[in-house]
Design a protein around this ligand. Structure first.
Ligand SMILES: [Zn+2]
Length: 471
């Protein structure tokens, strides 16, 4: 699989715990006029067995002139790959084609002809109760399903025409919503590189659509809630609108936002989770979420995940050691955006800041682990995950205040973030040195010593003295 594809696997998470603190009609016509050597591919997906979670995938490759054609799996969470069952390939006249499998790649002896292939995939339904929400994007139930592309597609490892067509007929009559362009049960993935990250839902999801700041926002929501779909969607759109305004434009033209119940089980679970993959974001909320909480801090989960479009995806952390910035700055701005969108008041924001600070202070890791060393690789290590999000929030807040002081109110943290994005053009990654140079360019100050203390020392002094002012 190409490294360009692998690079886009970046996952972003947000966790919230409600008690303690904070914690993507009509007539359709497609013309297949591929250039020579640029074949096009059409997939068809059906649900073979909802109880066992088995999906049947077939594909047709048309216009291929090469002797062989290879299809590969995509690397998923924790190094797991999709495992096709009963793979087979045929010429369009029905003759069986031979193929070989090596290193998770299936190479078909197509001899320059059009061909079709098919396989089944068993999707592990057990994962739906896992605290590692990275595994529960894909979900199959008797009445609905959501599928992340990488969990079902064998991806062509040869140049293909843009505009991959997928007929997504899981069950007759099931409606489809997707992060890709969608017409009835057919989706069109414009950029082949997006296929693994294309999220599609089908079945008992209600769908709402609105244009916000130049982007199409689609909400797919399942089950019953204490609030109406429309009022929830209204909060979503206000938040999205504020964030697009903050950055001036949005990286993508279409987003799918999925709202479903959080089924993660066990002591280590958070009350709600957010996961963001390219053009889709998933919000797993507590079914008991009170209607009044639509105007309260739990909605930070929406602001947080959407903010990752910029900080996390367009500007990705160069390594785990910069996660504090990606998660911390995103966490910090999620509440700021709620305030700007009129979802929360200044008093609610200060309450939340105080709660984050208190939880940070009572975190058993805080005395020995610096914010920069905190991680979210093990989602069941709740204290370590909280250290990253709470510590990151406080570090971002302190950094923002310091920038405002140094520049006489002229420079804010979001200005620095935008400058880092401009400077990273080409690489799209961020690290501490790109942060420090953006600060120097904008505010003229050298904050290397300050950052050393703030994020690389356990229980940092500047953090404590500043956040104490909230009490
Ligand atoms: Zn996040």
């Amino acid at each position: 699989m190409s490294s360009a594809l692998q690079k886009r696997i970046g996952i972003a998470l947000f966790l919230g715990a409600a008690i303690a603190a904070s914690a993507f009609a009509g007539c359709a016509y497609f013309e297949y006029d591929a250039a020579p050597g640029r074949p096009f591919i059409l997939y068809n997906i059906t649900l073979a067995d909802s109880y066992l979670g088995i999906v049947h995938v077939s594909g047709r490759v048309l216009g291929s002139a090469a002797r062989t054609a290879s299809l590969g799996t995509f690397l998923g969470a924790d190094g797991k790959r999709m495992e096709p069952i009963d793979f087979g390939a045929k010429g369009l006249d029905g003759t069986q084609l031979s193929f070989r499998e090596k290193d998770e790649t299936w190479t078909i002896e197509s001899k320059g002809r059009d061909f079709s292939f098919e396989y089944d995939v068993a999707l592990t339904v057990d994962d739906r109760h896992s605290v590692d929400v990275r595994d529960i994007m894909t979900f199959i139930d008797a009445d609905r399903c959501r599928l992340l592309g990488r969990d079902v597609f064998l991806v062509p490892e040869f140049p293909i025409e843009e505009g991959i067509v997928v007929d997504f007929v899981m069950r007759p009559g099931w409606r489809v919503s997707s992060s890709a362009t969608c017409i009835r049960s057919r989706i069109v993935v414009n950029d082949p590189a997006d296929l693994p990250f294309t999220m599609t839902v089908s079945g008992e999801y209600r769908s709402l659509e609105r244009r916000v700041g130049g982007s199409e926002i689609v909400l797919a929501i399942a089950g019953s809630w204490s609030f109406s779909d429309e009022e929830f969607f209204d909060v979503v759109c206000r938040i999205v609108s504020e964030e697009i305004a903050l950055f001036g434009s949005s990286p993508r033209s279409r987003y799918l936002i999925i709202c479903d119940a959080n089924n993660a089980a066990g002591e280590d679970r958070f009350d709600y989770y957010g996961v963001h993959y390219g053009a889709s974001m998933m919000l797993l909320l507590d079914r008991n979420l009170d209607r009044s909480e639509l105007m309260d801090t739990p909605m930070a989960i929406i602001a947080h995940e959407f903010f990752h479009n910029w900080n996390g995806e367009a500007l990705a952390p160069a390594g785990d050691e910069f996660l504090w910035f990606t998660e911390g700055v995103t966490n910090y701005y999620s509440y700021y955006v709620l305030l700007r969108a009129g979802v929360i008041s200044a008093a609610q924001l200060e309450d939340r800041s105080r709660a984050i600070f208190e939880r940070y202070r009572s975190n058993p890791y805080a005395a020995n682990v610096s914010i920069g060393e905190a991680a979210n690789s093990d989602m069941s290590d709740k204290n370590m995950v909280s250290l990253l999000y709470d510590g990151g929030y406080l570090a971002a807040r302190n950094l923002d205040e310091r920038l405002r002081e140094d520049s006489g109110g002229r420079v804010t943290l979001v200005d620095v973030l935008k400058r880092m994005y401009e400077n990273a053009h080409g690489s799209g990654t961020a690290d501490e040195s790109s942060l420090l140079s953006a600060v120097k360019e904008l505010a003229g100050s050298d904050l290397s010593g300050y950052l050393q203390t703030l994020v690389h020392t356990p229980d940092p002094k500047p953090l404590v003295s500043r956040a104490s002012a909230l009490e």
